[in-house]
Ligand binder design. Structure first.
Ligand code: NAP
Length: 202
């Protein structure tokens, strides 16, 4: 099983990469150095002769602040990484799947923040809502090609991002990156009957 995962350097992405090594194939990590904001960010991977079975769009950023404090730069940067990054990788991967007749899987990591109000994090929540809706449409578009699209929405997870959002949280009882990694791993190996669904983890 060959997998591309964005944001693999730490947190949830790193845990998913480590878990997926058990699947025995190649794991291609995409980091800030490659930068998902670039439309050609995964092109170099797809020049390899190997078929890519799964794309996991996990890279994400957040800037905390009320809308009155948020700059247009902050707003755009979150959309560029979280939404455009997801679009960029999906677009390249879909072409790869269609050209090679691969029944691939796309797993987009959104958030429960995309499903409800998040005062103080409106821009981030809007990016996650965009990823959720994008995933629903993409699943429909790709049905005839046998390409599955899943959208995973974790609630708070004990990572650097969560420590930045709320350092006073109860981290002991919080989801760990390994919990999300287990969920994604099971989706990859058992998710055949699911498609186009919003899967929340709490
Ligand atoms: N933690 C939570 O509570 C939580 C809950 C729900 C959903 N999520 C989502 O889960 C995903 C992972 O979050 P996390 O908590 O693991 O965050 P994290 O610890 O802050 O890690 C974010 C990852 O994204 C990478 N990244 C940032 N900008 C990038 C870019 N332009 N190109 C490529 N990679 C980039 C980072 O790379 P560097 O190491 O180089 O910065 C890092 O590997 C995000 O999409 C986040 O929104 C998180």
């Amino acid at each position: 099983m060959n997998i591309i995962i964005t944001g693999s350097s730490r947190g949830i992405g790193n845990a998913i990469s480590e878990r997926c090594i058990k699947l025995g194939g190649r794991i291609y990590g995409v980091t800030t150095k490659t930068d998902v904001r670039k439309s050609n960010c995964i092109d170099y991977i797809l020049t390899d002769p190997y078929n890519i079975d799964v794309l996991i769009n996990n890279a994400g950023i957040i800037k905390v602040g009320n809308v009155s404090e948020l700059t247009s730069y902050d707003w755009k940067k979150q959309f560029n990484v979280n939404v455009h990054g997801t679009f960029n990788c999906c677009k390249t991967y879909i072409k790869h799947c269609i050209e090679r007749k691969i029944k691939g899987k796309i797993i987009n990591i959104a958030s429960t923040a995309g499903l409800g109000a998040r005062p103080g994090r409106a821009a981030y929540a809007a990016t996650k809502a965009a990823i959720i809706n994008f995933s629903l449409s993409l699943a429909e578009e790709l049905k005839d090609y046998g390409i599955k699209v899943y959208c995973v929405c974790p609630s708070a997870v004990d990572t650097d991002m969560r420590h930045y959002i709320n350092p006073d949280d109860d981290f002991i009882n919080m989801l760990k990156p390994a919990d999300v990694a287990d969920f994604v791993y099971n989706l990859i190996i058992n998710g055949e009957k699911l498609d186009g669904q919003i899967l929340t983890i709490k």
